[in-house]
Design a protein around this ligand. Structure first.
Ligand SMILES: [Zn+2]
Length: 432
């Protein structure tokens, strides 16, 4: 199966973001085969005319609680304490498995619609067997490339056996677009025994870990990182989500031990978690990526996140971020994101052999026209309405501005039902 993307404004990201100019991309069996100008026609292959389109690797969102899609803008002016109480304590328990499915499907399709082709779903919605299975099923049904961040949280189930069941049933030999990570509560949230169990499970299953780390306070950041170091847990590839309160030496340790950072710039600022560490972590050698985290009080698209990261880094109070460029912003949204997600050899750039996860952005709109510097236009000007065509592993999932393979009206209807049910359910549960 061959697809030829013809005559696009090609932007690659590896080793550094670069505009290749008018050129073609040939896709064979879901993988990028060749990039360059004037590629030969392939008899019987499909041709996608990309004239006037910027063609770039799909975005990678490394941290999103996808189950919150039905809670969008529920309390947009929250602080972190309120988020914790309202969203995690009151609303999360009201979800039925069908609600998890509806939200994960809608949230994953929201990503595809916006050009995010890879999603790390940090799934901490009080898992039961049924909820977990519904979450994974929705990701698989959506067609997005996803890493399912399995979190047992404070559920009474046995972490080792339930974690292995999830792995065996959904991931062991399944292959495909969805893989698994252990979403650990980590040492700043859970007790020592539980944390050791989380990292043991990751090691036993050969999986990386993603955890909210370094976002509490300088003291808890230091204590948590020391705990990981002293117990030998940094040997497991770990994604540090937020990481706001580490100092430069701590970022060096994270980088040296193969860790990566997920910055969620909007809610880190609005919820008061801490100042985003995009530049400081990169300066220490750690790959940095971006995440939407929560749509309860923030945007769900990568354009908003790139702009937030770009402006916050350029405007860093210590003045050290002035050189952070639009190319850097695109890098963290694509190739570095892929690395942080453990998929650096799979996606995030147009390198031949990688999966054909691609986005075509229109430039023939009032908001994008002229677009002198295509990378600048992607980072500073584009929004979701520019997303024309999206491919995941060479499969076209959006074409001419319309999502394929799903009845979007039905997805939205079931999301609306869920949004109603979980908020009413939470009110009842709280007053009971
Ligand atoms: Zn989070």
């Amino acid at each position: 199966m061959t697809i030829l993307i013809r005559n696009g404004i090609i932007v690659d990201t590896e080793p550094e973001p670069v505009v290749i100019g008018p050129a073609d991309v040939r896709i064979e069996d879901g993988k990028i085969a060749e990039v360059g100008p004037g590629l030969a026609d392939v008899p019987g292959g499909e041709v996608i005319d990309a004239s006037g389109r910027i063609v770039l690797p799909g975005f990678v969102d490394t941290h999103r609680h996808t189950w919150q899609a039905g809670l969008r803008a529920i309390e947009p002016d929250m602080t972190f304490g309120r988020y914790f109480q309202r969203v995690l304590r009151e609303l999360a328990p009201a979800y039925r498995p069908d609600d998890i499915y509806a939200c994960n499907l809608a949230g994953a399709l929201e990503c595809l619609d916006a050009g995010i082709t890879t999603l790390v779903d940090w799934s901490h919605m009080r898992p039961t067997r049924e909820r977990t299975d519904a979450a994974v099923r929705a990701l698989r049904d959506s067609g997005v490339r996803a890493v399912f961040g399995y979190c047992l949280g404070d559920s009474p189930q046995d972490l080792a056996s339930e974690g292995r069941r999830v792995f065996d049933e959904h991931f062991g030999t399944a292959g495909g677009l969805v893989s698994m990570m252990i979403a650990a509560l980590g040492p700043e949230i859970a007790g020592a025994e539980h944390v050791l169990d989380e990292w043991r499970l990751a090691r036993d299953l050969g999986l990386p870990v993603t955890a909210h780390l370094g976002g509490g306070s300088p003291e808890s950041a230091t204590e948590g990182l020391d705990f990981l170091r002293v117990n030998g847990l940094l040997e497991t590839p770990t994604m540090f989500v937020h990481a706001n309160h580490y100092d430069d030496d701590q970022f060096k340790l994270i980088a040296e031990t193969g860790g990566g950072v997920s910055v969620t710039p909007v809610d880190e600022m609005t919820l008061g978690v801490g100042y985003p560490v995009t530049g400081r972590a990169r300066a220490a050698g750690a790959p940095v990526s971006l995440g939407a985290d929560t749509v309860t009080c923030g945007p769900g698209d990568m354009f908003s996140l790139m702009r937030a990261a770009f402006t916050l880094e350029r405007g860093r109070p210590d003045g050290a971020g002035r050189d952070f460029s639009t190319k850097d912003a695109l890098r963290v949204a694509t190739i570095e994101g892929a690395r942080v997600a453990g998929l650096g050899d799979v996606t995030g750039s147009l390198r031949p052999g990688k999966q054909a996860d691609l986005v075509l952005l229109r430039t023939d709109t009032l908001g994008m026209a002229a677009a002198h510097d295509p990378i600048g236009a992607v980072v500073l000007n584009a929004d979701t309405s520019a997303v024309d065509t999206v491919l995941v592993a060479g499969r076209v999932v959006k074409r001419d501005g319309r999502l394929l393979h799903h009845d979007v009206a039905a997805v939205l209807a079931s999301l609306a039902e869920t949004a109603q049910a979980v908020t009413v359910g939470a009110v009842t549960a709280v007053s009971a």
